[in-house]
Design a protein around this ligand. Structure first.
Ligand code: RIB
Length: 297
């Protein structure tokens, strides 16, 4: 069984600001730092740091070689990353004094992914292999279609939720990993207690993992449900906390851990990520997560 993450790679320009800028307002940032990020890259790094073997597929821009090198250094297989003749994707991120963020994306190379590139990548994968997807690359609908035709298990983190998901056949998804905003968009209900059930009514064979911020996380499939609370940590920067949760949850799942243990592992990894600055650099190593869980006993 192989795992591929077909996803974005961004340069994150992180501005520490006293408060998120409002329309018409001008503010001065405390600092500017460039980190490696992108939901795709962050989730591959989280998977690799959790101990999973993962292939990352996607497109960097002509200025994107350091992103590929960073993934390689983290133990991710980068043989399916190619270079597009455009500028690399970027995220402009404001982080305020309470650690909350606000992001806008310049997609660049991430939206140069074509169905032909997707077909070339996915021919290396077969029935029973897993594919992890987010919504920061182009041709997502085609990738889902090809992965389904090849009998792959599709894990979707529909983030950020926007109109590009309209062209995706969500009935092909095996596991949804979503937050409250994405949960509302997929389920059609704003009541967090109803979201997982509403998704299962539409997609009865799927598995739903719903992160609810301070309320923790819920899991539900047709025959089983579980939940886990958050681990309290000082909040420095929430960027990539969801990506860390996603990578660690999938790693736990692929290790064959019971859902409850995978939720616990992922919740601690996300809590540690929140207590550190940046996107990919904030993702903890497995040994750090295991040690922190041990201290809880
Ligand atoms: O989820 C966090 C990520 O979202 C950042 O790294 C940024 O690149 C955006 O894609």
């Amino acid at each position: 069984m192989k795992l591929i993450n077909f996803g974005s790679m961004n340069y994150d320009k992180v501005y520490r600001v006293p408060g998120i800028v409002k329309p018409g307002e001008t503010i001065t940032a405390h600092s500017l730092t460039t980190f490696f990020g992108g939901k795709g890259l962050n989730q591959s790094v989280a998977l690799a740091r959790a101990g999973a073997k993962v292939y990352h597929a996607g497109l960097v821009g002509t200025d994107g070689a350091p992103l590929k090198e960073f993934l390689r250094e983290n133990g991710v297989d980068v043989s399916l990353i190619e270079t597009a003749k455009v500028e690399n994707g970027q995220a402009i991120i404001q982080v305020d004094d309470s650690g909350q963020n606000s992001i806008f994306l310049f997609p660049g190379s991430n939206r140069a992914v074509t169905p032909i590139f997707a077909g070339n990548v996915l021919c290396y994968f077969e029935e029973g292999d897993y594919i992890l997807l987010q919504n920061e690359i182009s041709s997502l609908g085609e990738i889902i279609k090809i992965a389904r035709e090849r009998g792959m298990k599709i894990i979707l983190n529909p983030s950020p939720f926007d109109e590009h998901l309209d062209s995706c056949d969500l009935s092909a998804v095996d596991t949804f990993l979503l937050n409250e905003v994405e949960g509302e968009a997929v389920s059609g209900t704003s009541d967090p207690k109803r979201m997982a059930d509403a998704i299962l009514e539409q997609y009865p064979k799927s598995h739903v993992v719903l992160t609810l911020g301070k309320q923790g996380v819920l899991y539900k499939d047709a025959s089983h449900s579980a939940s886990h609370g958050i681990f309290e940590m000082p909040v420095i920067d929430t960027t990539a906390a969801g990506d860390t949760f996603t990578g660690y949850y999938i790693a736990g799942m692929l290790e064959g851990q019971p859902v409850e243990s995978a939720l616990r592992l992922a919740s601690m990894a996300a809590a540690l990520a929140v207590s550190r600055e940046g996107a990919a650099p904030s993702i903890p190593l497995r040994a750090e997560v295991d040690a922190a869980l041990e201290q809880q006993k």
